[in-house]
Each structure stands twice: as structure tokens, then as C-alpha cells.
Design a protein around this ligand. Sequence first.
Ligand code: ZN
Length: 232
Amino acid sequence: MKKIFIDAGHGGADSGAIGNGLKEKDVCLTIALKMRDYLNREYAEQIIKLSRTKDEYLTLKQRTNMANHWGANCFVSIHLNAGRGAGFESYIYNGKFADKRSTNRFRNHVHDEIIVGTKWQDRGKKEANFHVLRESSMTAILTENGFIDHEPDARKLKSDGFLNTLAFAHTKGLALALGLKQRTSKKMHVIQKGETFWNLAIKYQSTVKKLRQLNPDVIPERLQIGTRIRVK
Ligand SMILES: [Zn+2]
């Protein structure tokens, strides 16, 4: 059983960065909650704990203490960037530590899935002396998901569909990094000529909304013959 600790950055009186009508704390929480739901829906044999599930203030020390006491296998901190840039970057601790090589491999899985999933500009795999990376006693990474003060990034971060893709990419990377076991209850369908989410929803007694949630990396308007989609 893998214990995954997801830390939504900031919260409460600490909004994090602000820009284009968005607050970093809100977007981080949305991504973290979506990650929890995707992980629980897609994979078996993991337990998820979030540093916060609502808009509340926590110190950095409270966050790492929580993960350390719980005995998490990994710590994933979700943030947005600011300060004149664009795209995605990720961090691990910049000091010397025993499992740095495996932490890097772990980070590579998550980072690469996010770049592929979001098609964001890749700002690189970076290192920094951040509290949550330094003081957590397990594999720890931090993702900086776009620049809140860069209008094109902010526009994406306002889209629920994009946040689905972003959260799903995080979970896909985590599943690869941790070797999570996929749930077996899912059912796939190969798209035939003329099929849409609408008629598949009828065929499988589902809804278009549910099919969208099950297939966050598929754009329903651009369905192609032969694409495998999940219907259950
Ligand atoms: Zn932040």
C-alpha cells in the first residue's frame, strides 16, 4: 500500500501568487482534489492524504510534519508560478541526500507526463532549497504549474478541462513512479465512424459529462476513428 501525500500550496490568509483574477491557493487546491479523485478512481492499493481539503492556512512545518508523522511514501507539492515566465517546471531538494537518484527518477516520471499532457513549455527539471522538499523525510517533489501572471497560462488555469488534464498527468506520472496497480473495472471502446460522446453515452448508459471525466486527455470534438476511449 503506497501512501501518497498531496500538498496544495498556500491557503487561508496566504493566497500565494495572484494574477488575471486567479489566486494560486484556489487553483492548487482544485488540482490536488482532482488528483485525489483520479488516483482513487484509476488505481488500487494507495492511500491519499491531503495537507488541506479546504481554504485554510497551514505553515510549511505543519505540512511536512503531517507527511512525516503519517509515514508517506512520497510528498507532492502543487504550486503555480509567477514573475514573468511561461510554462511548467518541477523541483527536488538541491542538497545532498541518500535517495537523490531515485527522487530524480520519480520526478522525471511526473514532469514528463505533465509536459506531454499539457503541451506546456518545458522550463526544466530544477533543484531548490524549499522547506517542503528539505524537511520531508520521503521522496519529495514540487510542481510549478504555469505562470498566474502570464495571460495565456492563466487562461488555461481557468479551464476546468485543462485542470482535469493537468491533474490527470500528475496522477499518471505518480502511478508510473510508484508502480501503482490499475483498477480492473474499466471498460474501453474503440471509436468507429460517426460515433460521438453523445451516442456513446446512450450506448453505455452513461452521460457526456461522465465520459469527459473518464477521458480527460481526449478532446470530444476531435474524436478520431480507432481512438480507444474509456466508457466505464
Ligand atoms: Zn506557491
